[in-house]
Design a protein around this ligand. Structure first.
Ligand code: ADP
Length: 260
């Protein structure tokens, strides 16, 4: 438990640091973009304009990256409430169906009549989307992505095995792929901010750090089971709440996603 708390604190201070740097950096990039725009205008049609165009392009990429960092560090807009996990999964299912591509087969299995969990709908969607994007990246030549939900009971015995989880009722959300899998040294670092094995420009290393932050903040846990060459399963446990789930309004969910 001690180690887990240290890890959470470390991730939090890293997140704050990243947020602060991203903010200042974004202001600098805005200045660069502004002056590049002046040159492009003044030198229209001449070589310096084309050069300034390159500068502007790089600054815009930097700006995109700082926005991702800010989304990762931002914490104030979270609105946890009793949620129907299946409704969130169904919402994301429709979106993924359209964006995963034909070579990936998506299967969603929800267990009916699940109790509610306390979470922010936009954040839970973010968790699912981040895991799905990673799964897609791990299956460049196609494969299967499976998402399922169920209720599980953590008893004393399980509790000991799952350091940090108190006994009780949990919802389990699993995201499995038949992709490249992860060697142990990657699993060990996967949740750290900025850890990525993807080529530069393609990975930020913030996807799983965000997942970790959201899930632990909601009182849950996330674990990785992975075998190189076979695939990866992310298992998330979220504590059940006694309060009945509120309906999620789709516009609200979309607004939540746009904010990230
Ligand atoms: P990013 O996707 O930007 O690299 P993440 O934090 O989302 O950052 O993931 C960190 C690393 O964990 C990835 O670079 C990849 O090596 C590994 N990883 C994450 N999900 C999977 C997966 N489903 N299959 C294989 N490797 C994965």
């Amino acid at each position: 438990l001690e180690a887990r708390m240290q890890q959470t604190q470390r991730l939090e201070s890293l997140g704050q640091l990243a947020g602060g740097i991203a903010h200042d950096f974004n202001n600098l990039l805005a200045v660069i973009l502004n002056y590049a725009a002046f040159i492009i205008e003044d030198a229209a049609g001449t070589p310096p304009a084309a050069d300034a165009e390159q500068i502007a392009r790089a600054a815009r990429r930097g700006s995109d990256l700082t926005h991702q960092l800010l989304a990762f560090a931002r914490r104030e807009v979270i609105r946890p409430r009793p949620l129907d996990l299946n409704a969130v999964v169904t919402e994301v299912h429709q979106m993924l169906d359209r964006s995963l591509g034909e070579h990936i087969t998506l299967t969603v299995r929800t267990t009916d009549a699940l109790p509610a969990v306390m979470a922010d709908p936009g954040q839970l969607e973010q968790v699912l989307v981040n895991l799905a994007v990673n799964a897609r990246d791990a299956m460049p030549s196609g494969g299967r992505l499976t998402v399922d939900t169920a209720e599980v009971c953590v008893d004393e015995e399980h509790s000991a095995a799952r350091a940090g989880l108190s006994p009780g009722r949990y919802l389990r959300l699993r995201v499995s792929d038949t992709g490249t899998g992860m060697p142990q040294d990657v699993i060990d670092k996967a949740f750290e901010p900025f850890f990525t094995t993807k080529p530069s420009g393609q990975g930020t290393g913030l996807g799983l750090a965000t997942v970790y932050g959201i899930v632990t903040q909601a009182g849950g846990t996330v674990r990785i089971y992975s075998e190189p060459g076979i695939g990866t399963t992310f298992t998330i446990l979220l504590p059940v709440t006694d309060v009945q789930a509120q309906r999620i309004v789709p516009e609200e969910v979309i607004a939540g996603l746009a904010g990230h």
